[in-house]
Each structure stands twice: as structure tokens, then as C-alpha cells.
Design a protein around this ligand. Structure first.
Ligand code: FES
Length: 237
């Protein structure tokens, strides 16, 4: 029996379990439309990033409840921040299938995912960009309500126009950074500067102040937490 209560049979298409996936970082903060749409079409909701339940968790639940079922994933339309490409839905799904082979039959929109597609790692994502500044744009609930999506889009656009890529200014979107009364909040490191409220109209001034400084960053590398535990004890002789 599928989610709509229709018997599975040769003469009836099995539409399976429908899952609407919120794609953008602000999808959880704008979840009213998504939840209403999901309720209207009998779908579950999952989030690709930031929110819960995650796509992984929803697939785990469906696998436990209805092994062998068909699942159809749809990238939910977004009225907010630019969302990652739908290919990310396929990457995350493919990675899940590789860890859980032959458990669910999964389509993203109208194309099946087999588990052989590109996954979650790439040689291009090995190195930390040699950035000079690390900019944190708060996408917590208060900053989102005060226009952080427009602020973020304006900062991105100005960085592009100024030719400042990830090797100069590395931008990250975060949850609440605490001084919500100044929303939308933007933090710049290593300067340890906290700005707010930063409107979309302020983006040009802020970005241009970074463009005036040195662009050269430094090399960084990603460490494993195990280094904090030191070398393993030598076996007793
Ligand atoms: S929501 Fe942005 S600082 Fe709290």
C-alpha cells in the first residue's frame, strides 16, 4: 500500500512515498509554505541542510517502516535564498543508497538514483581556500525575519562584481550568533568585527572595505580531532 492508500498492482502506478526537500539554508525558517504544500499532497518534509528532519533521517525512517518501497524526492520551490542545485539532492541520495543498498527505490523528480552517481566528496573539496577574511552571515530566525536573505544575496553579488572569490573572502551562513537585536548580523574574521543591522544596501560598502585590504590569504589545513588525543599508547612490552 502506498502513501496515498492506493493498492500496489500492475495496473496502478505506484507513486510511492513523496518527500519534499527544503534546499536552501533558510528553508527551515520559511517552513510554513513547505509544510502546507506537503500536507496538501500527502508528502513528508525533509531538509537538505540546516533543518531537521534531514533527508538522511527521512530515508532511514522510510527504510525501517517500508523496506522495498518507492520514494520520490522533489526539491521544494524556494522564495528565499538561492538554493543549491538539485544535483545535491542526487548526491546525498546516492550516498545514502551506497550505505543502504537495495532497500528503497528512489527517484529525484522523474529520474532514478542508483547509487553510482557522484557522492559527497571530490578532489576539488580537499583544501581549505586560502582566504584572507572569513565572513559569517547569520541566518538564524531573527536575522532571517529581518532580511538576512537579501543581505546575503547582496554580499554575494558585490563579491562577484569585485572579483573576490573564496581565495579572498570565504562566506559561510550560520545559525543564531546571539546579538539578535542587531539583526541581520554579519561577522568578519580575523578582524573580529561584528556588524548589524546589515541591510542589502550596506553590502556594497562592507564588501568594498574588504576589497581595499590585502587579498592574500594563508595556507590552512584540516586536522583530525584525533591529534588532540595524542599518539596511541604503546603496547606493553
Ligand atoms: S538570529 Fe542572528 S544573531 Fe540571533
Amino acid at each position: 500500500m502506498n502513501q496515498a492508500g492506493t493498492p500496489r498492482g500492475d495496473d496502478v502506478e505506484d507513486i510511492g512515498h513523496l518527500v519534499l526537500v527544503g534546499m536552501g539554508v533558510d528553508a527551515p525558517a520559511r517552513d510554513t509554505d513547505l509544510l502546507t504544500l506537503a500536507g496538501a499532497v500527502g508528502a513528508r518534509v525533509a531538509y537538505l541542510q540546516v533543518g531537521t528532519p534531514t533527508l538522511d533521517a527521512v530515508l532511514d525512517q522510510l527504510a525501517a517502516a517500508d523496506a522495498g518501497a518507492r520514494v520520490r524526492l522533489f526539491a521544494a520551490p524556494s522564495a528565499g535564498a538561492a538554493a543549491p542545485a538539485r544535483s545535491w539532492l542526487r548526491r546525498v541520495t546516492s550516498d545514502w543508497i551506497r550505505r543502504n543498498p537495495d532497500v528503497l527505490t528512489i527517484d529525484v523528480a522523474d529520474r532514478p538514483v542508483h547509487g553510482a552517481e557522484a557522492g559527497l566528496s571530490s578532489p576539488a573539496w580537499e583544501q581549505v581556500p586560502g582566504h584572507r577574511r572569513h565572513v559569517l552571515i547569520c541566518r538564524g530566525p531573527r536575522c532571517t525575519a529581518r532580511g538576512a536573505a537579501a543581505t546575503a544575496a547582496a554580499i554575494d553579488a558585490r563579491l562577484r562584481d569585485a572579483g573576490l572569490g573564496e581565495d579572498s573572502v570565504l562566506v559561510a551562513h550560520t545559525g543564531c550568533l546571539y546579538p539578535c537585536n542587531h539583526a541581520p548580523v554579519v561577522v568578519v574574521h580575523p578582524d573580529d568585527q561584528w556588524w548589524g543591522p546589515v541591510s542589502a544596501g550596506d553590502a556594497q560598502t562592507l564588501v568594498d572595505s574588504w576589497a581595499a585590504g590585502p587579498h592574500e590569504g594563508r595556507s590552512r589545513f584540516v586536522q583530525r580531532p584525533a591529534v588532540l588525543r595524542g599518539p596511541p599508547d604503546a603496547p606493553p612490552s
